[in-house]
Structure formats: structure tokens, C-alpha cells
Write a protein that binds this ligand. Structure first.
Ligand code: TRP
Ligand code: SF4
Length: 572
């Protein structure tokens, strides 16, 4: 395995590049595993969920199965976290180790962190049982973003637990208290941050109502597999979650907001991003001429614009007809690369190649001698008349006004976004930015298989007696070999070992050296499972002891908190 890095001043990067387990890096992006030259044969990049199931389903209330995290990139459009890791100041160890493997639009949050601009983090917990070490990942993520200067929100999804899981209110109250205590014990600062339960937050309910007006049953059916038998309250819990996600921006204005969750929640994130855009007054796009073009058509317009020197009589004013002729000819000659032709529309639907070409050529022909000219277009989506007038007024420089859009010639896209958001806010709109998300891997159960709250031995509850935690770790499945000799010879399979995962996800904390040491000693055959588990079990016991002490301290101060933990609801 890796020899000791001679460069022990590896401070330039918070990752320990020299000696990380394969799946800490090249996580899940394509053939990332191969990037580690000396990683040995076939190190899994998906952190130990290789159970042979090859199905990937993201179901917020069912069993979310992820057989291969890479699929989430291609199939669902989640982006690889690895690619933006370097842009995050002092990344959390869960980020450094690839436990946080994916994101949507996290760049916006990272930018805000780097530039000392406002941002927020919010996540929610269904109070269906005891908080366990899987929830701890999310608690830690919220706390970390708070420490980085973000506005932090932790919410109890009691309406969802009651409607989607049929948990009675008295149980909900008990679990809600337990979640809140663990979040506080892990460092959440309630003076700076916000805790609430869905049922008690009137502003969230009102926003849910408004957002619900933008989504209909067919859409929920398609996203969540709802059918005629789905409770109305369950549907209400969906729009409530949409409002949760927007809440930080409702409270004090638009800002990048990250939602740390497991990938099972991605359907919610996608819907929230859609709804955030649908309630906006204006939409900003780029265009080349007075007509409308969809994203696929715009891709071809880009090509035509780039090639203008080749065909235009006056290259700074290429005519639409000229561009049409060029596109036709280029297509004929096979010069339009597949990327341009097979461009995926925003709906994830691949547009038929030929239709796109034909329709844009037609539009260009109809536009005749109108010159192509890049511009930023601000579309009127939901604006009031006053707001649209104010927008026209606010656009600086050369502009052209149409019925439902304004074209601006001297404005960058970013400026156009700013101007239109300001006008929207001035006129009573929300001005939401699209929420961002980060996704963590699911932990493997201690008994192999999935970590499941219905199998107590498979997980460790944050309320488990410390000794019980110790015992559970001691009896966990490992990636060890049949015999000690074999282990010394071949090394253990840390990548498939739930105990190694415990180190990486929790027990090693911020100490990358410890996590790396365990990994290297394991795969190098120097570490045997008995001792490894003993060490892990002791660390777990210590962690639980300390955690529970802190919980007890907070328990004393619970009534100082601004969250209602006894629900006044009827026991229906
Ligand atoms: N649906 C989430 C769960 O199943 C809980 C939740 C409610 C949530 N509102 C949220 C998560 C907002 C993230 C953001 O646990
Ligand atoms: Fe897992 Fe430790 Fe055994 Fe390696 S030595 S397989 S990390 S328990």
C-alpha cells in the first residue's frame, strides 16, 4: 500500500491525498476507483453496499436502495461532490472522506462561504423512532454549516410522521424531544439557529399552501407514485416539506440554502427546485434573436454564433437566414457534433435530433434578415403588471421590450438575475434562489445488509446504553478473512467492512490519520478484526457516554428553548 508520504506538510489541501482509502477520493465518479494506482484489486467505490441488488430507487417513504452511487449521477442528475470539494473552505471530514458524495448546486453555498455572504442550511427529521448514528451524519452537517457562519435550521417533521407513517402524537412528542436533544448535544447553537416543528410553524403552513397551488396531483403521482388511495394529509406533508426547504429564504430573504439529506430525499429536492422557480416573477435566459428558443435549440444557436466568421457577410451582424443555411449545411456534412444534436432538454428528455435542427432552422428562416445578437432575456412568468413595468424601467442600457419579455443587450446574466430579483422583492414576491442539496451515503448495517431501525442489532441508537453500543460493535460483521493467517496474507476488506465505516463516518471524527491508519493496516494485513473491533467498540462506548451526558445537560434547559415539545393535538 501507500508508503508514508515524504511530504508531511500536506496542508495545501484538507484531504490526505497521499494515503486515503480509494473510496475517499475518485468517489463514485465514473471509474474513479482506477485513479488510485496502488489501491489493489477492485476497491469498491460505493462504500460497501455491494449486495448484488442492482436497482436504484429513490423513495422517500419506502426502501431507498442505492446499489451504485454512480447511477445517481447519470440517472438522476446529482453531481459528484468530489468535483467541488476543492472549492469548499475547510471541508468537513464527511466531505473529505467521500461520505458526502453528491450535491445539487452546492457551488452556490460554497461561493457564499468563501465570500462571507449569507447562506443557510436546513434539514428535517421525521420523529418515527430513536435518533441513531445515521441521523448523526445530518445533525453534524447542520452544525458544521452553522459553525461556518450559516443560518442553521433543524425541524421536526411531525406532520409527515403522523400522515405518512401514522405515528400517534404522544410518540411523536417523545421522539421529537429526543431528536432535538441529540442535535443540541452535537453542537447546534439554538441562540443562533432555529428549531421548529412543522405543526407549530404558521409561516411554513402558509407558504406550503401557496406552493401547493403550483403543483397538481398528476405531478405528485409521477414523482412519488401516489395513487387514488393516498391520504390527502400525506400530500399536504409534501407541500409542507417544500415550504420547509424554502423557509430560510422566507424568513430573511433569498440566499443560497443547502439541504443536507440522504439521496432518498432527492425527489423532494427536485420538486422544491421546480416550485421555487415556478413562483418567481421572472425567469432569465439567454437568446440570440427576438424569437423564443428552447435549451436544445439554443445549443445549436450557440454553434451558429460561434461559426459566424465562416458564413456571415458582415460577421458582427450574422443574419438569421445565413445561420439557417449554415446549420443545414453543417448538419448535412456531419459537422454538428453529437453533443449539440443530442443535447438534453431541461426536462431530462432527449429531444429528437432532427426535430431540434428543423425547428431552429425554421425559426431562423422566418426571422429572415434579423441579425443574430446575443442578449439576456428576462421573461415575465408571474409578475404583476406593476412589477413588469418596474423591471423594464430597471434594466439599464440598450433593451427591447416585448409583450412577455425584455431583451437586455448590456447586462450580464448575473446582473439580470439580480435586477429581476430586486424588482420581485420590491413588489411582494419571494425571489427564491433554487435550493441546493448535499447527499451522504447510507451506512451499512452492523449486521451486513441495510441499517434498519427495525433491526436493533443493525444500528446504534444515540440513546443506546454505552455498553450496549460497545456490544453491538463487538458483534458486528466485518470485512475480515476466514482466519488470521489469511488476513495477514491477503489483508482485510475494509471497503466492505461496517466496522471500518464506523471509523470513517463517526469514530475517527476529524482525525484523518486514524481513519487512514485503520484502513491501511487492515488492507495491508497488519490489523486483525478482534483488536480492530475492540478499539472501535471502546470509541463507540466513549462517544455514547459523552453524547448522553451532553443530552442530559440540555435536558435541564429544554424549556428555555423556543420549540414546543408537547403537542396540543387530539390523539387522532
Ligand atoms: N422527509 C424528511 C424525512 O423523511 C423529513 C423532512 C421534512 C425534511 N422536511 C424536510 C428533510 C426539509 C429535509 C428538508 O426524514
Ligand atoms: Fe474491518 Fe477492522 Fe477487520 Fe479490517 S480489521 S476488516 S476494518 S474489522
Amino acid at each position: 500500500m501507500h508508503s508514508e508520504s515524504p511530504d508531511s506538510t500536506a496542508q495545501h489541501d484538507d484531504r490526505s491525498d497521499a494515503a486515503a482509502p480509494a473510496w475517499w477520493r475518485g468517489t463514485a465518479d465514473g471509474d474513479g476507483a482506477n485513479e488510485t494506482a496502488d489501491a489493489g484489486p477492485e476497491l469498491l467505490t460505493d462504500g460497501g453496499t455491494a449486495e448484488g441488488a442492482d436497482e436504484t430507487t429513490l423513495d422517500p417513504w419506502g426502501s431507498a436502495t442505492v446499489s451504485d452511487y454512480r447511477k445517481l449521477f447519470d440517472q438522476f442528475g446529482i453531481e459528484s461532490f468530489d468535483e467541488i470539494l476543492d472549492s469548499v473552505p475547510h471541508p468537513h471530514y464527511l466531505m473529505r472522506r467521500g461520505v458526502i458524495f453528491g450535491h445539487r448546486d452546492y457551488d452556490a453555498v460554497a461561493d457564499a462561504m468563501r465570500n462571507d455572504e449569507p447562506f443557510a442550511a436546513l434539514s428535517g427529521f421525521m420523529p418515527t423512532g430513536e435518533p441513531h448514528i445515521g441521523h448523526k451524519l445530518v445533525f453534524d452537517e447542520i452544525v458544521w454549516h452553522q459553525e461556518q457562519g450559516g443560518d442553521a435550521y433543524g425541524l421536526i417533521a411531525d406532520l409527515e410522521a403522523h400522515s405518512a407513517r401514522e405515528i400517534p402524537w404522544d410518540e411523536i412528542d417523545q421522539h421529537a424531544t429526543d431528536y432535538v436533544l441529540s442535535l443540541l448535544a452535537l453542537g447546534f447553537d439554538p441562540e443562533e439557529g432555529t428549531l421548529y416543528r412543522q405543526s407549530e410553524n404558521r409561516a411554513v403552513q402558509d407558504l406550503a399552501f401557496e406552493l401547493g397551488a403550483e403543483a397538481n396531483f398528476s405531478e405528485l403521482q409521477a414523482i412519488y407514485d401516489f395513487d387514488g388511495g393516498t391520504d390527502v394529509s400525506h400530500m399536504q406533508s409534501v407541500v409542507t416539506q417544500m415550504a420547509d426547504i424554502m423557509y430560510p429564504q422566507l424568513v430573511d430573504g433569498p440566499k443560497p440554502t443547502v439541504i443536507p439529506v440522504g439521496p432518498d430525499q432527492d425527489p423532494h429536492v427536485r420538486l422544491a427546485r421546480d416550485l421555487a422557480a415556478r413562483v418567481r416573477y421572472f425567469g432569465v435566459t439567454e437568446a440570440y434573436a427576438s424569437f423564443e428558443a428552447d435549451p436544445a435549440e439554443r445549443e445549436l444557436l450557440d454553434r451558429a454564433w460561434e461559426a459566424r466568421e465562416a458564413y456571415a457577410e458582415e460577421p458582427d451582424r450574422p443574419r438569421c437566414v445565413e445561420a439557417a443555411e449554415w446549420l443545414d449545411a453543417a448538419d448535412e456534412a456531419g459537422d454538428l457534433d453529437a453533443a449539440a444534436l443530442a443535447f438534453q432538454g431541461g426536462d431530462g428528455q432527449s429531444s429528437g435530433e432532427h426535430d431540434v435542427l428543423q425547428s431552429i432552422v425554421e425559426k431562423l428562416e422566418n426571422a429572415g434578415k434579423e441579425p443574430l445578437r446575443p442578449r439576456v432575456r428576462i421573461l415575465d412568468r408571474n409578475a404583476t403588471e406593476d412589477a413588469f413595468d418596474a423591471l423594464i424601467e430597471a434594466v439599464e442600457g440598450e433593451k427591447r421590450v416585448y409583450d412577455e419579455h425584455v431583451d437586455a443587450f448590456d447586462l450580464s446574466r448575473a446582473d439580470a438575475e439580480d435586477v429581476s430579483r430586486e424588482v420581485e422583492l420590491d413588489h411582494g414576491g419571494y425571489g427564491f434562489q433554487l435550493p441546493s442539496s448535499i447527499y451522504h451515503r447510507f451506512m451499512t448495517g452492523l449486521t451486513g445488509g441495510k441499517m434498519s431501525s427495525s433491526i436493533p442489532a443493525s444500528h446504534i441508537s444515540l440513546l443506546d446504553d454505552p455498553e450496549e453500543g460497545y456490544d453491538k460493535v463487538k458483534s458486528a460483521t466485518t470485512g475480515g478473512r476466514q482466519s488470521a493467517e489469511e488476513q495477514r496474507e491477503l489483508g482485510g476488506e475494509a471497503d466492505e467492512c461496517p466496522v471500518y465505516e464506523l471509523y470513517a463516518y463517526l469514530l475517527a471524527g476529524d482525525d484523518d490519520d486514524l481513519a487512514t491508519e485503520v484502513y491501511e493496516e487492515c488492507v495491508g494485513g497488519e490489523r486483525l478484526c478482534g483488536g480492530c473491533k475492540e478499539q472501535a467498540a471502546e470509541l463507540m462506548e466513549e462517544f455514547l457516554e459523552e453524547h448522553q451526558e451532553k443530552r442530559a445537560e440540555w435536558e435541564e434547559k429544554l424549556d428555555e428553548l423556543d420549540i414546543e415539545l408537547d403537542s396540543p393535538r387530539k390523539r387522532a
